[in-house]
Write a protein that binds this ligand. Structure first.
Ligand SMILES: [Zn+2]
Length: 270
């Protein structure tokens, strides 16, 4: 019997400080058995590993988030590889490409800063794909307003590793492109939003073994908690919604998505 998994949580964020045991209890009480907490830079990744060491149901992913690339050292490969060799590190991420938060869209940002930001994102994404390929790990990909760029950087690695395009909010066509790359998608609470019909459509068309569930907590709480702080227990609401969209029994949805997660993150199963 499989439990429900939250495959993408930010438990190391200050939002959860000192509350972790209560939050894990609440997750267990609704049937969540495994949680992957994901790093956004090297310090956050080290904290993710500490949480995984302290709590048996918690696993870690280590990486550098594309929105933080201007703070990154030139080359993170060696340091990342050291973290990624930990037995509870199940993937590299979160990494990827995000053109939604360009410097020029903030006060004082210039077009040349945009160029630097974009090129650093590509460079850091590629470095993380290299480490993943070398260690035989898959990657958790954050992509926002930059699908073509993300696919172009990922494509040369697609024969050596798989990616999950997390917090998926793209079209049915984007689903087909990702499947072609032998990769997966995962759904957050936005699946449950009233205006989430395009996302529910993506879920209808995605093959049954190519999607997973996550919270991306503390962000993106599903209905009926939209706008509140999200936590792993809330993945239950996303799972109930996904079961009804797919027309599956709830237990089948849990079993299928958790099997998919253990195949994608093999160290989750060991
Ligand atoms: Zn995230």
């Amino acid at each position: 019997m499989y439990g429900l998994f939250d495959t993408h949580a930010h438990l190391d964020f200050p939002d959860f400080e000192s509350e972790i045991p209560i939050i894990l209890d609440r997750a267990r009480s609704v049937g969540v058995t495994k949680i992957i907490t994901i790093g956004t830079d090297l310090v956050s990744s080290a904290r993710a590993i500490q949480l995984a060491e302290a709590h048996s149901m918690v696993y870690a992913a280590v990486g550098w988030h594309p929105a933080n690339v201007l703070e990154a050292p030139a080359d993170i490969r060696e340091a990342l590889e050291r973290l990624a060799r930990h037995p509870k590190v199940v993937a590299i991420g979160e990494t990827g490409i995000d053109h939604h938060h360009l410097p020029s869209l903030r006060t004082g940002g210039t077009p040349s800063e945009d160029d630097l930001y974009r090129s650093r994102q590509i460079d850091l994404f590629r470095q993380q794909l290299e480490v993943a390929a070398q260690l035989g790990l898959n990657v958790v990909i954050h992509e926002r307003s930059a699908f073509e760029t993300a696919v172009a950087v990922f494509h040369p690695f697609a024969t050596r590793l798989r990616g999950v395009f997390h917090c998926f909010s793209g079209s049915a066509e984007a689903v087909a492109r990702i499947i072609e790359l032998n990769s997966l998608i995962s759904f957050t609470g936005i699946l449950t939003f009233k205006n989430g019909e395009n996302i529910r459509e993506a879920l209808r068309v995605v093959p049954s073994d190519r999607f997973m569930l996550e919270t991306d907590c503390p962000y993106l709480a599903p209905m009926p908690f939209r706008g509140k702080r999200c936590e792993p227990a809330f993945v239950r609401h996303t799972a109930e919604c996904a079961a009804s969209v797919k027309g599956w029994a709830y237990e089948s949805l849990v079993e299928q998505t958790s099997q998919t997660a253990e195949a994608f993150f093999p160290k989750l199963a060991s």
